[in-house]
Design a protein around this ligand. Structure first.
Ligand code: G1P
Length: 280
């Protein structure tokens, strides 16, 4: 069983300014729940109850969200408002939370390496909470776990993306091993459409084996001058099996206005019975 899930939450959220000037982008609410809470719920349902954050300056609201607020608890006790806290209270009772800080914005690869102090020497999940995912039948992390349990290797989530936006994604190349599972030969971070090796774009959910740390030590700064996780997984894919899981379900890029509004509308329709609520 994989128990640990790493959340990379140090990013400055510049795509959502001015909202993110003083507030972490991970605390942006879709309806009345912050994005990061959706991700933690997904991890817990997938059996990962040790939640590790690579966080940064001005992100204290995330730690406070997963902590008691005694004054608020007293204020809402035995009122109709108390029910609204039941979901976060359940997460707090079932999960353990740990934090480390990324002082310099050197990229997601650098963040995962810093997270090693929390994730240790076991396989672990990774969530980029900008990507809000709703799986069909099983949530996306669980779908990745199923593939990891069958093959014992690192697994990245992918979905088909339009070629003209390949430069917003990590793109994988490889051959289908079975329905929805790609044996990955290479990964490229944000290629121009003309050089994209496929239309399979990485979505922010991963299961990584500890060999990733050694691969992270061997990469150079890539796109945007940052250490890219995609580049380290590419190193890994050249040395051992790495799979991509074309998950069943929906994903919203909540780091963009369009994606955020679409996610809000989708969740609103689920909440008010206009769409089936996934059980995973
Ligand atoms: C990150 C990853 C990229 C992935 C994307 C998914 O990019 O580096 O490989 O496709 O998340 O959302 P970002 O969107 O943080 O620039």
């Amino acid at each position: 069983m994989i128990q640990k899930c790493l959340f990379l939450v140090a990013g400055l959220g510049t795509r959502f300014l001015p909202a993110t000037k003083a507030m972490p982008k991970e605390m942006m609410p879709v309806l009345d729940k912050p994005l990061v809470q959706y991700g933690v719920e997904e991890a817990l349902i997938a059996g990962m109850s040790e939640i590790c954050f690579v966080t940064g300056r001005n992100k204290r609201a995330i730690e406070d969200h997963f902590d008691d607020n005694v004054e608020l608890d007293i204020h809402v006790k035995d009122t109709a408002r108390e029910e609204a806290l039941s979901g976060i209270r359940e997460l707090m009772s079932k999960c353990k939370f740990s934090y480390t800080r990324q002082a310099q914005m050197l990229g997601p690869g650098h963040a995962v390496k810093l997270g090693q102090i929390l994730t240790g020497d076991q396989p672990f999940g990774v969530v980029l909470s900008d990507d809000l995912c709703f799986g069909t039948e099983r949530n996306v992390l669980r779908q990745l776990l199923d593939v990891h349990q069958k093959y014992g290797c690192s697994v990245v989530a992918v979905q088909e993306v339009p070629r003209d936006v390949s430069d917003r994604y990590g793109i994988v190349a490889g051959e289908f091993l079975e329905d929805g599972v790609v044996d990955v030969t290479s990964l490229v971070e944000k290629p121009a459409p003309a050089s994209a090796p496929s239309n399979l774009g990485i979505v922010g959910r991963y299961i990584l084996t500890p060999e990733i740390y050694d691969a992270l030590d061997r990469i150079e700064p890539g796109v945007s001058g940052e250490y890219q996780l995609t580049d380290a997984i590419d190193v890994l894919a050249k040395e051992q099996r790495v799979l991509a899981c074309q998950f069943k379900g929906k994903r919203f890029d909540c780091g963009s206005l369009d994606g955020f509004v679409a996610a809000t509308n989708y969740c609103y329709r689920m909440r008010f019975g206009k769409l089936p609520v996934p059980e995973c």
